[in-house]
Design a protein around this ligand. Sequence first.
Ligand SMILES: O=C(CO)[C@H](O)[C@H](O)COP(=O)(O)O
Length: 225
Amino acid sequence: MTALEDAFRAISADALNMVKDGQVIGLGSGRAAAVLVRELASRARSERMNITGVPTSLQIRLVAEECGISLRDPGDTDKIDIVFDGADQVDRQGNLIKGGGGALLTESILIGMADKVVIIADESKFAEHLDAPVPVEVHPAARRSAAESVMRLGGKPVLRLLDRGFPLFTENRNLVLDCSFGTITDPSTLRDKLTDIPGVAEAGIITRRPDTTYRAKTDGGFDAI
Ligand SMILES: O=C(CO)[C@H](O)[C@H](O)COP(=O)(O)O
């Protein structure tokens, strides 16, 4: 196990102190979320807590199923007690870039319905301002028109491809444009402009400030903001 995985496990142990019996828990996607989900399952078992997980992707659903967490579909849920998720970048104000795994639409929906948002990211993801490419989920019929609109906003869109040049399709059968804007000084306005583009299902900028943000350190330690 790497020091970073140690840090994710230590963070999970701390973060799971927030979870109470009977709660509905949003399960984010990615590596940090996968560590937390495994810890959640073992905590729920050892403390005999009855927890319902709501997965943000098939990736995390598979992890949760393997651990025996009982699950509910996002579409059957209107309220989540706590969502635990990762992030691709975190700025000083707590704005996030998400969608590195292509699960941005459901992640954003769960963050929107959660009472509490907890983010776990390694220290390389923290920056003064957001400047990483913004994943933008687009309907295939808007592949070109949405890319043109992104360019008019000053962005450089790149269609996300898998190995051998095959395009990535999200679980919603959409495409992802990874859009570079340089330094993003006004994430909220950029998010609004991107989500206004016809055919855009979601933009991977989250402006809801997390209740807790954990920073995993490469020496195995962590801190919380
Ligand atoms: O937004 C996401 C998936 O769409 C992930 O939360 C994000 O990519 C971070 O993943 P990891 O913990 O593997 O670095």
